[in-house]
Write a protein that binds this ligand. Structure first.
Ligand code: NAD
Length: 250
């Protein structure tokens, strides 16, 4: 696996959390195609995660870690530094949800509420905090958070999920302001065709009928947005909505 010195992310090291499938996998593939070494991560689906890491074009590594476990999140950063000696890009993609109608407050149990916050907010926070000193040492340190239109509009798979994504959107602005020169941006997708939404055919059908671009997003639509934010060296504090126009009509 020789790296191509002409590629623009050659020599850079990126962590993509939750990259054993879906959006994270595609982001890992696109970063590697630009020359970056990628740490592929997931909490479960270890075999898939290993397969993704092995198939990348650059020297890459799979690390199993549940980001909602504070020690595991710290170990993910430590192992990356021990192995590659640097960290340039952190893509906070891992997330968790379960479908709960918003009006059914009892169905949103404390357990579900806490798990949603543990993974999406606390996990992302711990990882970002542990990564920041290394990102600050990079010539162009980047954090990209994968949030959701559910963090901008009163929609989404559960009230808790939408609250966590709103928190991450705001964290994006706060850290972009306070942690420069590290650039901190977010990509906020609408509905995306991934394993996460494979049983949500009704939602895909609804989106296809109401959204101006008449389809759900693909993982590559989201990965393309991540790459665009990383490439544009003057972009920070941006929440790039990739929803085919959904938020224009809801
Ligand atoms: P996916 O199920 O294909 O991938 C989720 C990944 O996160 C998997 O690799 C899984 O192992 C990992 N993961 C889950 N919990 C984890 C944890 N505690 N620690 C480490 N890894 C963990 O789902 P996806 O649709 O690709 O979702 C990726 C991100 O995109 C999520 O943050 C999700 O909120 C966001 N998103 C998805 C959609 C959509 O419609 N699919 C829409 C908007 C935002």
């Amino acid at each position: 696996m020789l790296s191509d010195l002409t590629k623009e992310l050659n020599g850079r090291v990126a962590i993509v959390t939750g990259s054993s499938s879906g959006i994270g996998e595609q982001i890992a593939r696109r970063l590697s195609a630009l020359g970056a070494s990628v740490i592929v991560n997931s909490s479960s689906s270890v075999a898939n995660g290993r397969k993704v890491a092995e198939s990348l074009e650059t020297q890459s590594l799979y690390i199993q870690a549940d980001i909602s476990d504070k020690q595991a999140a710290a170990n993910l950063i430590d192992t990356t530094i021990n192995h590659f000696g640097r960290l340039d890009i952190l893509v906070n993609n891992a997330g968790w949800t379960t479908l709960i109608p918003h009006h059914d407050l009892d169905a949103l149990t404390d357990e579900i509420f806490e798990k949603t916050f543990d993974v999406n907010v606390f996990g992302t926070w711990w990882l970002t905090k542990a990564a920041m000193p290394f990102l600050k040492s990079s010539a162009d340190g980047n954090v990209v958070n994968i949030t959701s239109v559910a963090g901008l509009r009163p929609v989404g798979s559960s009230v808790a999920y939408a609250m966590t994504k709103a928190a991450l959107n705001h964290m994006t602005l706060l850290l972009a302001k306070s942690c420069s020169p590290v650039r901190v941006n977010a990509v906020a997708p609408g509905l995306v065709k991934t394993p996460w939404t494979q049983d949500w055919q009704n939602q895909h059908d609804n989106v296809a009928s109401v959204v101006p671009l008449h389809r759900s997003a693909t993982p590559d639509d989201c990965a393309e947005a991540v790459i665009g934010l990383i490439r544009n060296k003057y972009a920070t504090g941006q929440i790039l909505v990739i929803d085919g126009g959904l938020s224009l009509v809801m």
